[in-house]
Design a protein around this ligand. Structure first.
Ligand code: FE2
Ligand code: FE2
Length: 326
């Protein structure tokens, strides 16, 4: 059964005994499920209260970005992708992803409540911060273009498949695999200062989950290409994929500039974060078979390579054959 296509509710109600990559992703994600209640982020209250104004502002911007983005991902999966997926094992993997997004929303709600943040201010950030808004609009535009409730596309045509692939690329690779990774690095910079340890432990769990969602996106794209090689025989479309990744990266660089300016906050500055982001983007390009764009040879954020980070490193510097370690 193909990954993507038109379907009836009686299609795909038998699981094949062929355990494909999506069956594997279902199991791995299921095993990764952790609940935010297991972490006592209230222990970080003293650290939170002791933050300098610019530190608190950065922390708030990161939380504000995630509170709406987790729900945005959930909507994109449910409204846009799920109706087109035929392979029952891929559907199982995707519904675990959706459950994980619920858990992430739960975790960020806990942060809002524990630190008595202004809910409206946090939820409004993605519509009032101009670059945060642009990042979410990029995702929303691609997902809305295929959303079934607003008409959708024909998944059996090349045009429809291209639109679906484009939406997967922007949600799972650019949003979850580039935008989110940039935010994770800033949380780990906070941990490097010895503060907010429990919140950062929770972010470890979110990162592990997001690494699976990035993998899910990569596998969906590679499967679509394998099933429909015409997609990549169109050079213009291939160039579009590469250009879209670079456009997402440039938007994230703008975002980092707006957050960090010329200051050093939590021990990191814009230049280091920009190099880290470029390094991540080159990995994403390579995972999809493109050459690197920014040519940053190694991860410039040295604290991500320390011993206590080792178990997470595979999720941070992920390559397609590295997902078996969890
Ligand atoms: Fe998430
Ligand atoms: Fe995710």
């Amino acid at each position: 059964m193909p990954l993507i296509g038109k379907k009836k509710v009686t299609d795909g109600i038998k699981l094949s005994d062929n355990l494909n990559v999506f069956a594997d992703l279902y199991v791995k994600q299921k095993q990764a499920i952790r609940f935010p209640e297991e972490i006592n982020i209230g222990l970080d209250l003293v650290d939170y209260k002791g933050m300098a104004d610019e530190e608190r502002k950065l922390f708030h911007d990161l939380v504000g970005y995630f509170v709406t983005s987790e729900l945005l991902v959930q909507n994109v999966l449910g409204e846009s992708f799920y109706p087109y997926i035929m392979d029952p094992r891929a559907k199982m993997a995707m519904t675990v992803q959706m459950f994980m997004e619920d858990i992430h929303s739960d975790f960020f709600e806990m942060i809002l409540n524990t630190f008595s943040m202004n809910r409206d201010e946090m939820y409004n950030k993605s519509s009032t911060h101009p670059i945060m808004k642009k990042k979410q609009e990029m995702v929303a535009e691609a997902a809305n273009a295929i959303s079934v409730s607003t008409g959708g596309v024909d998944p059996d045509t090349i045009k429809g498949k291209k639109a679906i692939l484009n939406a997967i690329l922007i949600n799972n690779i650019i949003q979850e695999g580039i935008f989110f990774y940039s935010a994770f690095a800033m949380y780990f910079a906070i941990r490097e200062t010895g503060r907010m340890k429990n919140v950062c432990n929770g972010m470890d769990l979110v990162l592990i989950d997001e690494s699976f969602h990035l993998k899910m996106g990569m596998e969906m794209i590679l499967t679509m290409i394998e099933e429909t090689p015409e997609l990549v025989q169109d050079e213009e479309f291939v160039q579009h994929i590469r250009d879209t990744i670079v456009a997402g990266a440039e938007l994230e660089l703008e975002f980092l500039q707006s957050l960090l300016g010329s200051r050093m906050t939590f021990g990191i500055n814009y230049n280091e974060m920009a190099d880290y982001l470029k390094y991540v983007v080159d990995r994403r390009l390579e995972e999809l078979g493109f050459g690197p764009h920014y040519l940053v040879g190694e991860n410039p954020l040295k604290f991500l390579q320390k011993q206590d980070f080792k178990t997470l490193q595979n999720f941070f510097e992920i390559t397609p054959n590295q997902y078996t370690n969890f």
